[in-house]
Design a protein around this ligand. Sequence first.
Ligand code: GDP
Ligand code: IMO
Ligand code: MG
Length: 427
Amino acid sequence: MPGTVLVGSQWGDEGKGKITDLISGDYDYVVRFQGGNNAGHTVITPKHKLALHLIPSGVIYEHITPVIGNGCVIDPKVLLEEMDILEGEGISCERLTISGNAHIIMPYHKDLDGASEKRLGKNLIGTTKRGIGPAYQDKSSRMGLRMQDMLDPHIFREKLEAALPEKNDILEKIYGLPGYTVDQICEEYLPYAERLKPFIAETTVILDNALRAGKNVLFEGAQGTLLDIDFGTYPFVTSSNCSAGGAATGSGVGMKYINRVLGIVKAYITRVGSGPFPTEIPPEEPEGDLLTQIGGEYGVTTGRKRRCGWYDAVIVDYAARVNGLTDLAITKLDVLSSLDSIKVCTAYDCDGTIYHTVPQHQTAFHHAKPIYTEMPGWHVDITGCRSFYELPREAKDYIDFIEDLAGVPVSIIAVGPSREQTIMRHW
Ligand code: GDP
Ligand code: IMO
Ligand code: MG
């Protein structure tokens, strides 16, 4: 088992939190390797209902060490609030370990995120406005502050003194927004640093030692493959590598330890924010609203209504390839139970050319018209099913069809939000 990557294989919100929680019992470490508090992962247990943004979903298990890897960007205020919420629920954050190389989201990153979206007008990305893009921008341009800079207030101040003049120029001269003083930011951030210091560690050594000792590590992806900065629907993407490759670069764990890549997909598909979405159900068709309502499709982080669409096998085929998926977990099958018939997109017609995989050129993708196979619904409550054989024939056919199209086995089927509402197939 040693290393398993769990990766969103659509546009995020596939149910990664639920599946991470479900399988965490088999692992010793759960690692977030990219993204920040743009993520919202729901975990429902008999005792808790949690919305986790930064802390790995395995935190609720006492045997697990949760790790925030170097590939993440961290808003310290949000992290501390999340730790306080968990502690308030009786969940200890004592074992949390944070890479010193993870970048810090600064106040100006959040301002710049909002200002840049405003300036884009109708072309906006629809970001979560959590400062994610600007923080990764600073990482790439080598202007970022990292968690290790929190270990020494002098260094923190020095790095900020170097970075801030440019940021203030951009805020004030380009966006007409107020800038910051070094003192102002230090006053807010140094107390956060004091609290977070004990959790900052050389996570690559910790994970390497663990793996050498035969421990198991689960890498919990955030966002989804189609939001990946390289493989997603650029520019309508997030700013990190949320596909499986990011697990190695975002944690410092060698590829040789990763032998399973579990792709998480919904039994339909959703997207929050702007960008192309071939199988989006148009407003005049009632199934879109039905999925929103029955599926509770509102963002965990921003509360925005998610756009809903039919299962897109072209996208999952693509995700299977770029992630090297070994198997799939399908969530929210129960949400389809009230539909008379269910569509699955098997190919795109892009201005007369038929594509069975995501077209390389974005113009073609923007013009993609889905080619559907329509399947009968089942009209039976399946939330109590615990084995594949208990599912109605139409639901089994649906899963088999998806499996065939993806070319990888479906190992987990979720039929409700709670832990036990799950069918373990080939686990
Ligand atoms: P994540 O970001 O991938 O972790 O997913 P989110 O937590 O943002 O969104 C998934 C939503 O679906 C959450 O509200 C989950 O509680 C819920 N959920 C997960 N699996 C199932 C399922 O099989 N059935 C139903 N009805 N809800 C589910
Ligand atoms: P989880 O981990 C769904 C989307 C935003 C926007 C784009 C860029 O819960 O699946 P950003 O703030 O990252 O710069 O926004 O990415 N987005 C998500 N959509 N689930 C998420 O996370 C997302 N994180 C970012 O809506 O379209
Ligand atoms: Mg989410």
